[in-house]
Design a protein around this ligand. Structure first.
Ligand SMILES: [Zn+2]
Length: 104
């Protein structure tokens, strides 16, 4: 393997790890702030997997998530995000939601 390829692979792995951490953080924050349900939001581009495109905008409980996919960002390489449906007294979870333009 060339050096360039190894570098790219390392970058991709780090990116996925970062996404994984962000997903975990969001889940923890949502739970801690009293969010009970979330809306599955995809990136709405051509790279979104077909199943995720189907469930885009659907609401799931924080307790169970999607029956096969779990939580947005949890399946390997998934770039979807969980948008809190109900917020608790704290709205600090919004800091970790990239694509909400402040319209909650
Ligand atoms: Zn996804």
């Amino acid at each position: 393997m060339s050096k360039g390829k190894a570098k790219k692979r390392k970058k991709r792995t780090l990116k996925r790890f970062g996404q994984f951490i962000k997903t975990k953080l969001r889940q923890t924050l949502h739970r801690a702030t009293g969010v009970t349900h979330f809306r599955w939001m995809t990136r709405q581009d051509s790279r979104v997997r077909p199943l995720h495109a189907q469930i885009h905008g659907k609401v799931f409980t924080m307790a169970a998530g999607h029956p096969t996919e779990g939580y947005p960002g949890q399946p390997f390489g998934c770039r979807c995000v969980a948008k809190p449906v109900k917020r608790g007294f704290f709205s600090f979870a919004s800091l970790f939601s990239e694509d909400e333009g402040g319209q909650v």
